[in-house]
Design a protein around this ligand. Sequence first.
Ligand code: GDP
Length: 298
Amino acid sequence: MKRLRQGLSKTRSNLSGLFGGGAKIDDVLYEELETALLVSDAGVETTQWLLDSLRTRVRQQRLTEASQVRDALRALLVELLKPLEQPVDIDRATPLVVMIAGVNGAGKTTSIGKLAHHLQREGKSILLAAGDTFRAAAREQLAEWGARNNVQVIAQEGGDPAAVAFDAVSAGRARGVGVVMVDTAGRLPTQTHLMDELKKIRRVIAKSMPDAPHESLLVLDGNTGQNMLAQVRAFDEAVGLTGLIVTKLDGTAKGGALAALAHTRRDRPIPVYFIGVGEGLDDLQAFSAEEFASALVD
Ligand code: GDP
């Protein structure tokens, strides 16, 4: 909670200052709020929607103090973000197979390490698959996280990432492992051949275990801002996302992008299972709409 508050201080500083003592509820306040939301990367559409909804509430509830407008904005953000707040059901399959994708540097490998640690504390045994068969550094990094968590990592130099995933899921089934996490190489949505590779990994995993992968997660760098929306759309079209992990929320000015994510996908929200708030093993938290909204405006 504290890390998130600290981390979002850059996003918050533009917003929370607007409602200080003596601030009037007038067009200037709304204009400044509009600027602050746009700067936080909430995007034009979501910013407009938030402002319109806020104006309506202020009128209906006859609010007269700037602090009440802050409360109304916080409540609005909580309602907007609430559908993103969902826990992962880790008991629904054994093993639960989790495929993890994202662009390079988003924080996939780090998040897998943190997640392994988190799930172990929930009593789950873990197996990791190093699905990036081309970058030796990626395999080594995953191996390091595995060693830190005392977890076995299935890896292969070169070769087909889908085969590594297949082997890991098969081994996980044979050994009665709780969760198999499949790391994948970083890829951009525009790299068609790599997006096809991801689809293949998904297909081949299903050959090893019907219904798997049970979770297809996209890891997003919290500094990505509005570009998150395009990434989510592209990866969702390719592999059908079931959840998101948003990293690096310990230092971003673009926290408003999560509001945009919630707003633009309100018909089919993809839950933010976890957020990353640092580089350490414990720096992974479940996403909470209340905490996030409060870290933005208070
Ligand atoms: P990958 O290429 O997607 O596997 O990304 P990595 O897991 O290698 O992470 C890229 C960089 O981001 C590393 O330096 C990580 O330590 C850092 N990182 C990952 N998650 C977080 C986070 O939540 N907060 C911060 N501050 N850094 C993070």
